[in-house]
Design a protein around this ligand. Structure first.
Ligand SMILES: NC(=O)c1ccc[n+]([C@@H]2O[C@H](COP(=O)([O-])OP(=O)(O)OC[C@H]3O[C@@H](n4cnc5c(N)ncnc54)[C@H](O)[C@@H]3O)[C@@H](O)[C@H]2O)c1
Length: 369
């Protein structure tokens, strides 16, 4: 296969930043179809990509013969119907996180994708942060010994601003849980394995956003236990005043193993703080250059804002996986497993109790292990 032809469904913020923005880093990708009900966004995407088919109808876009693969970048509630349409048309599919509105729906999508025999990927974008990749590799190599604790903290200040579909339950499903915590759930699974049980609390501090009712939580805290015996603590907030937003705000992950600890801040994309027992405490080390870029990515890691440009490597990975006919770095099974944890968080917060992941039907786990 020479170039991979893509249908971009949903041409809003993330489509513009992570997919259209990634095209120069990924010359093997062409966006040939763009779809959005908003005519201005559709037209802006057409101009930016040179797409030859432009439509408001996701069914038409998903089935368009001009595309080999579909990128789903619409609001959360639309992920499942659009992914189903793409899979029914036999298209490789990259879907934004959270993969679906709940675990049964996410599991169904993973099973449908597997049956369709196509490549499937969930957009857990932070897997592409250079420091995160190095941390994963060090953990995999056993550099920290047995992992005892996973800790993550995502603090942003979104004030009282209007969040559009993100503040509606029927469109977003959850607030901070699906929006920000979902990425950290994915980190946690990679660094410490599967959750066994958890207890969570979710709170809403801002009931009106932009003068309209906001229905969803803007803070969540989770205490968890992994099957490995490790513990997990995760906090995520839109109401941490003064912390700013996005890559300017606090995104902290720490693991403590029997033989050492590692701390990572997304804003220091090429640095990890590492410490060993008996040492002087944590000290910063540079991420080796081979982790600065995803294999096959053509971006220059020293050009542009590296806190934005690492995100381009996600499209590179999807396109490479399609071309090489192999699994993507984060499949729909990863999306479904993270969704199971999110469902457990919702149940725990609502019912004010510990929830075992085994309470949810886990048959969506990757049958290939
Ligand atoms: N991976 C990440 O780091 C990351 C970051 C931000 C957002 N996201 C995810 O990306 C998705 C989109 O978020 P966003 O911030 O771009 O939102 P957005 O509101 O900026 O864009 C969504 C777009 O979808 C369009 N849309 C609405 N209905 C549609 C339909 N029926 N068919 C096609 N398009 C339709 C809207 O008109 C809009 O242009 C969400 O699922 C969100 O969780 C992921």
């Amino acid at each position: 296969m020479s170039a991979v032809r893509l249908a971009l469904i949903g041409c809003g913020g993330i489509a513009t930043q992570n997919y259209i923005g990634a095209l120069p880093a990924c010359p093997e990708a062409r966006i040939t179809v763009v779809c959005d009900p908003d005519p201005e966004r559709r037209e802006r995407a057409r101009r930016a990509t040179g797409a030859t088919r432009v439509t408001a109808d996701y069914r038409e876009a998903a089935a368009a013969e001009e595309a080999d693969a579909v990128i789903v970048a619409a609001p959360n509630a639309l992920h499942a119907p659009i992914v189903r349409a793409a899979l029914a048309a036999g298209k490789h599919t990259l879907c934004e996180k959270p993969l679906a509105m709940n675990y049964p729906e996410a599991r169904e999508l993973a099973e449908l994708a597997e049956q369709a025999g196509v490549r499937h990927m969930t957009a857990f974008t932070y897997r592409f942060v250079p420091a995160m990749r190095w941390l994963m590799e060090l953990t995999r190599r056993g550099a920290f010994g047995r992992i005892l604790h996973f800790r993550s903290c995502r603090l942003q200040d979104w004030g009282g601003r209007f969040l559009g579909w993100r503040q509606l339950r029927r469109m977003a499903g959850t607030g901070e849980i699906g929006d920000m915590l979902s990425h950290r759930v994915d980190f946690a699974r990679q660094l410490a394995g599967e959750f066994e049980k958890l207890v969570a609390s979710a709170r809403q501090f801002v009931p009106l956003r932009g003068g309209a009712v906001s229905e969803l939580e803007d803070w969540v805290g989770v205490l968890g236990a992994f099957r490995s015996g490790a513990t997990g603590v995760m906090e995520s907030s839109k109401t941490a005043a003064g912390h700013n937003e996005s890559w300017r705000s606090r995104d902290y992950v720490e693991i403590n193993g029997e033989e050492g600890s590692a701390v990572y801040f997304t804003e220091r994309w090429n640095e990890l703080c590492l410490g060993k027992p008996g040492g002087e405490g944590l000290s910063a080390e540079s991420v080796p250059r081979e982790y600065w870029l995803w294999p096959g990515s053509r971006r220059d890691p020293e050009q542009g804002n590296p806190l934005l440009t690492f995100r381009y490597d996600q499209l590179v990975e999807f396109v490479q996986a399609v071309r090489e006919q192999r699994d993507c770095a984060a499949t729909f099974f990863d999306g479904a497993a993270a969704q199971a944890v999110m469902d457990a968080i919702v149940i725990s917060a609502e019912e004010e109790r510990w929830v075992r992941l085994s309470e949810l039907d886990r048959k969506g786990d990757n049958p290939r292990g």
